[in-house]
Design a protein around this ligand. Structure first.
Ligand code: ADE
Length: 245
C-alpha cells in the first residue's frame, strides 16, 4: 500500500510515521509513505501558497493552484487517480469501518490543509473523500492524516504480528477490549483476577466477554445500542447490569 501525503509540513509527517511498527513495515516494503511539499508547486518567487478569502473573514486560505498542480503532478506520476482524502473537521468522522474500506486501496492520497482551509475549487478538482478524526479543531491536517495512516496500516496483512492483530477484534464487533494482566501475579497488593490463572479456557472466555460488555457499558454505552453481534447470553448479562437496549 502506498500513502502519499500532500502537506506544507512534510518533515512532521515523515518523522511521525517512520518509527516503530510503521517504520518496520516500510523497511519490509509492506507500505510506503511519500510526502509531497505543496509549497514546491507555488508559481511565484516567494513560494507563497496562501491568500485572503474573498468576502472577508479571519485568516488565510490555501490557494487552489499549488494544490491542484501538486495533485496533477502526483497522479500523472502514479499513472492513475487514486482516492484522495481531504482531512478536515467538517468531514465524515473516521472510524474502524472506514479504515477497513480504505485499507483495500493500492494507493491513497491525503491532502492536509492549513490556515482556514483550502480554496473550494481545489477540493472539487482533487478530493474524493472528506474525513475528520473527531469534533474538535486542530491547527492542520497532518496529525489527523497520520492517525488515519497508522490505523489503516495495521490492517495491511503482515504489518502486525499475529499476536498483535488480535487487538482489532474488539473494535470490529463494537465492543471495547477487556482488561489485560501480565506478570507479576500481585502488584502493589493488587491481584490478577483468579480466573485468568485457572487454565479453564471456557471460563476465561466468558469472563473476558463480560468484562468487554461491562467496560463498553461504562465508557461507551452508545456502542452497545448499535452492537450487531450480541448473543442471548450477552443480553442476559447486560440486563443484570441494568442495561435495556
Ligand atoms: N483539521 C483540523 N482539525 C481536524 C480534525 N478534527 N479532523 C481532521 N482534520 C482536521
Amino acid at each position: 500500500m502506498n500513502f502519499y501525503v500532500m502537506t506544507l509540513f512534510p518533515e512532521m509527517v515523515s518523522s511521525g510515521l517512520s518509527a516503530s511498527i510503521l517504520g518496520r513495515a516500510s523497511e519490509r516494503d509492506l507500505l510506503s509513505v511519500e510526502t509531497i511539499n505543496i509549497r514546491d508547486y507555488a508559481d511565484n518567487k516567494h513560494n507563497k501558497v496562501d491568500d485572503y478569502p474573498y468576502g472577508g473573514g479571519a485568516g488565510m486560505l490555501m490557494q487552489a493552484q499549488p494544490v491542484v498542480d501538486a495533485h496533477r503532478a502526483l497522479t500523472e506520476r502514479i499513472g492513475r487517480k487514486p482516492r484522495t482524502v481531504y482531512v478536515t473537521p467538517w468531514g465524515r468522522v473516521f472510524d474502524q469501518k472506514i479504515a477497513e474500506d480504505l485499507a483495500q486501496e493500492e494507493d491513497l492520497i491525503f491532502l492536509c490543509g492549513h490556515y482556514e482551509g483550502i480554496d473550494e475549487r481545489a477540493l472539487e478538482l482533487v478530493a474524493t473523500d472528506y474525513l475528520s478524526i473527531g469534533d474538535y479543531v486542530l491547527t492542520g491536517g497532518e496529525l489527523p492524516a497520520m492517525v488515519m495512516i497508522d490505523c489503516i496500516s495495521r490492517l495491511i496483512p503482515g504489518v502486525l504480528h499475529n499476536d498483535e492483530s488480535a487487538q482489532t477484534e474488539s473494535f470490529t464487533d463494537d465492543l471495547l477490549e477487556h482488561p489485560q494482566y501480565s506478570r507479576p501475579e500481585v502488584f502493589e497488593g493488587m491481584e490478577v483476577p483468579p480466573v485468568l490463572l485457572s487454565g479453564h479456557h471456557k471460563n476465561i472466555e466468558t469472563w473476558r466477554r463480560q468484562q468487554s460488555l461491562l467496560r463498553t457499558l461504562k465508557y461507551r454505552p452508545d456502542l452497545l445500542q448499535k452492537a450487531q453481534g450480541l448473543t442471548k447470553a450477552d443480553l442476559a448479562f447486560l440486563k443484570e447490569q441494568g442495561f435495556e437496549p
